[in-house]
Design a binder for this molecule. Structure first.
Ligand code: TRP
Ligand code: ZN
Length: 863
């Protein structure tokens, strides 16, 4: 087992670095890396260099080859014993990009070279102090065969290029901004490019380029347009301008995560770049714009100001997610964006916070940092940044950001530094915000209301608590901005919207001049990442769905009503669904609601949301029973409201004379609602499936084609096979579209799905070495197929265990993502609990497990 690393053990580096010079002689199996680094002593001690999987060729200090007694080589690095005050170290290493299936360091994707250095990939390129608090300027020379690698890219500005003997050529790059090595990048290969320009608010001219393989270059225009929108938005909203003369994006097919913010040279998973209406859904378009924004925004929040150590990851990720959320909200519908973000948080982050992997947004310890790129660090981290925004307002938040950059530009800092900048810029004591960084677990906020008719006062009493999590049992109270309003029984406000400041475990707030018994509208816009507990009846939810004047809360009420109904159906299958039937009928009929909001409110809560609600009052659960109850509710609503769904479905259908696809917000919203209706209708089976098949056949865009295929995928219907075949034939040349094809089959609730997945693993377009494929087939089965994954014979769990063991030898980061599906065995009913645990134990007992997987397995079995 790898050692645990603790935040409390943080020490400054013994040496700082002035400048790094790198030279790469690219070769698939043996790339020669020459590094020349200027070091300066900061404190006593040896120079500790990280290095993994490197073949050391030579090492020289100020030009003199080091003698074996002057350094120590071990399997995690190299120690230079007692070096002088300042010196230059020259190191030559050999690496093998072709054999690199972990996709960390320098590797090959579709025959091209690329790098991924965050978090600790640079140590797989050369020996270096691989830690973010060592910042230096970089010069890079790349030498490669010109025919196979016409394009040679690295960070910063191009300096020089030219031809060499033997058909080789070279390019030199210089990045003038000091950066940690995790932001280093190199790309080389046979790539086409699109180019555009952006003029900054101060009048500087920036060249923008997107690189990818030639056959995809026509699908990069939307990404380019998104980049320009992001650049303009960051200037307007935060006064932040781009700082180099060149900004490059490269799209590659093999990538562990979504994208990476390397200085001046962002590298993207191709699925987050390529877009055309035929191949990308509307959701894909929105995701591309968001991630292009996210990586671009990192230039200031992450690159110019970076993290002191990896415990501070949320400093850059939470803040940058908040920024990309705001970007999307400003570009599209703010309410819809808020709903989507909260849905994701509630479905995944709340579950993580209740799991053996629960951790604070700033963890106090870790074994493998790659395991902490989580929904907690990213999404809950963004919620915590949003708390400052709620507490300080837009202007106060901006003042805090300005001071943060004024103080820390060019530095590697901590979340405390961010907190201080926000507090000092606004003369506020925000020290209690620290609790959000130090404690894991989702806080509960229990609220009760007491109305006194004779005094016309209403008192809200709020009690906060937080369940025990691995890092601590006892919890300190949080600072919670609690946005509320009080409504009368026809929806008029009795007390206008206000934000209550909760600081203590128990607190009361009294409102005067309240003329009738109020219905409270609580936690408006989800003003804090907490679980709200208030004794609403289903009738109250139905009322709030219709009359709350906060759009987010209308959605939240619909979700709560659906959850409450599902739970009642579990207890008693004959429970009346009258209230929700009526409420949903009124919802569909409401002509004042924009289609996207209607679509969101009609979408039932995630199974994970329902599970969390169930586990609020039970120790264990049967996910299949919860799934079936949700399905029953859906079919029941579809049956009762069939005419309404059908009418709306037809009303939302768009016709165009020339077969062009309308990508306006309005058209996207209509397709959203159309396809939510389709999903309800298709759940009825029989002739409603013809509707889906017709849509599949006639669709001229991926949104409608995919929605129809997904609707058909759960039904044993003759045209199901036919549409899957047709889809495959149409899209076998588009890797990212084929992922949708693998995904719908893996998520199918039909009984024979697992066998079918085994067959699909042999499909020529499937590869265990490609993370997108693994996520599409194996990830989808584990995450989006509760019925088959939780099969009563344990076959689903065993399949995931087999997959994890196979993947771990190729790519530990991906194996470690998949294994999380088995982590929460303790919450299952006894039979499944034993089966899942035994699958996990089989992994635990395997030889040569990676540190990544071992950490998750140990936390799950040991904790
Ligand atoms: N910093 C990247 C982002 O959020 C995350 C990332 C991309 C990453 N690739 C990675 C993290 C590989 C760990 C490993 O924008
Ligand atoms: Zn990020």
């Amino acid at each position: 087992m790898n050692p645990t690393i603790y935040l409390k053990d943080y020490k400054n580096p013994n040496f700082s670095v002035k400048h790094v010079s790198l030279c790469f002689e690219l070769n698939p199996e043996k790339t020669v890396v020459t590094s020349s680094v200027r070091y300066e002593r900061q404190q006593d001690g040896d120079l500790l260099l990280d290095g993994e999987g490197l073949a050391l060729q030579s090492i020289a200090l100020d030009g003199n080859t080091l003698d074996k007694s002057q350094y120590e080589l071990h399997d995690k690095g190299l120690t230079i014993i007692n070096p002088p005050q300042s010196f230059t170290l020259d190191i030559i290493t050999h690496i093998n990009p072709q054999a690199n299936t972990a996709l960390e360091g320098l590797y090959r994707s579709s025959g091209n070279y690329c790098t991924q250095c965050e978090a600790q990939g640079f140590r797989r390129i050369t020996y270096y102090q691989d830690r973010p608090d060592v910042m230096a300027t970089f010069s890079v020379e790349i030498i490669a065969d010109k025919a196979t690698n016409p394009v040679l890219l690295s960070n910063g500005n191009p300096v020089e290029s030219g031809n060499l003997d033997d058909g080789k050529h070279y390019a030199k790059w210089h990045d003038p901004f000091p950066k940690p090595c995790y932001l280093f990048a190199l790309v080389a290969g046979d790539l086409a490019q699109v180019e555009d320009r952006f003029t900054t608010q101060s009048g500087r001219n920036i060249t923008l380029q997107i690189y990818t393989e030639a056959h995809h270059i026509h699908q990069c225009d939307f990404a380019m347009a998104s980049l320009k929108r992001a650049m303009a938005w960051d200037e307007q909203r935060f006064g932040l301008e781009y700082d180099l003369d060149l900004f490059m994006i490269v799209a590659v097919d093999d990538f562990n995560m979504g994208a990476m913010e390397n200085k001046g040279l962002n590298i993207f998973n191709s699925r987050l770049v390529f877009a055309s209406p035929e191949t990308a859904t509307d959701d894909d378009y929105i995701a591309i714009e968001a991630v292009i924004g996210h990586e671009y925004f990192h230039n200031w929040t992450g690159n110019r100001v970076t993290c002191r150590d990896w415990f501070q990851l949320s400093l850059k990720e939470g803040l940058t997610v908040f920024r990309d959320q705001e970007f999307t909200a400003d570009m599209h519908s703010r309410a819809v964006k808020r709903i989507e973000d909260v849905r994701l948080l509630r479905a995944h982050q709340f579950a993580e916070d209740a799991s053996p992997m629960a951790h604070p947004i700033r963890p106090a310890s870790f074994v493998e940092i790659n395991n902490f790129y989580t929904v907690t660090v990213y999404e809950k981290g963004a919620e915590v940044v949003r708390l400052y925004h709620s507490l300080l307002g837009e202007q106060g938040f901006r003042k805090g950001m300005d001071l943060y950059f004024e103080r820390h530009d060019g530095q590697a800092v901590t979340t405390e530094d961010f907190l201080s900048a926000m507090a000092d810029a606004n003369n506020r004591d925000l020290s209690q915000m620290q609790t959000w960084y130090e404690q894991a677990g989702t806080p509960r906020l229990k609220v009760s209301l007491d109305y006194n008719k004779s005094s016309q006062t209403c008192t809200l009493t709020c009690e906060q608590s937080c369940p025990a999590t691995p890092e601590s049992k006892e919890k300190k109270p949080y600072l919670i901005p609690f946005k509320i309003a009080l409504l009368d029984d026809s929806g008029n406000t009795l007390a206008d919207e206000s934000t209550l400041l909760i600081t203590k475990e128990k607190q009361s707030f009294t409102f005067e001049n309240i003329s009738s018994q109020p219905i409270p509208s609580l936690l408006r816009d989800f003003s804090a990442p907490v679980l709200l507990e208030y004794d609403y009846s289903d009738k109250d939810y139905a009322f709030l769905m219709q009359f709350d004047n906060n759009a987010f809360n209308r959605w939240a009420a619909a979700q709560a009503l659906a959850t409450s109904t599902v739970l009642s159906l579990v207890e008693n299958p004959d429970t009346s669904t009258r209230i929700i039937n009526h409420a949903f009928k009124a919802l569909i009929a409401n002509t004042n609601l924009e289609p996207a909001l209607k679509a969101k409110a009609l979408s039932l809560p995630s199974l994970s949301d329902i599970q969390e609600a169930w586990l609020n009052t039970h120790d264990t659960m049967n996910p299949v029973v919860l799934f079936e109850a949700k399905k029953r509710l859906k079919q029941n609503l579809a049956k009762v409201l069939q005419a309404e769904f059908l009418n709306t479905y037809q009303a939302m259908q768009q016709t165009s004379d020339d077969d062009t696809v309308d990508l306006s917000d309005k058209a996207m919203q209509q397709r959203k609602l159309q396809n939510v209706c389709l999903s309800y209708l298709a759940s009825l089976g029989s002739d409603m499936l013809d509707l889906a098949y017709d849509q599949f056949e006639s669709a001229n865009n991926m949104t409608n084609q995919y929605a129809a295929l997904a609707a058909l995928s759960h039904q044993d219907y003759p045209q199901r096979e036919q549409s899957l075949k047709a889809f495959e034939a149409q899209w076998e040349g588009e890797a990212n579209v084929m992922d949708k094809w693998f995904g719908v089959q893996a998520a199918s609730s039909l009984p024979n799905t697992l066998n079918h997945i085994q067959t699909l693993k042999q499909h020529p377009k499937f590869s265990m070495k490609n993370p997108n494929k693994v996520r599409a087939l194996i990830g989808a089965f584990a995450m989006r197929n509760p019925l088959n994954f939780h099969a009563e014979d344990g076959s689903g769990y065993q399949f995931i265990a087999d997959s994890v063991l196979e993947l771990d030898k190729l790519n530990p980061q991906i194996a470690s993502r998949i294994v999380r599906a088995l982590m929460d065995w303790k919450r299952l009913e006894p039979t499944r609990q034993a089966l899942m645990k035994s699958a996990l134990e089989r992994i635990a007992n395997a030889q040569g497990l990676s540190g990544d997987v071992a950490e998750i397995v140990n936390k799950s079995l040991g904790g």
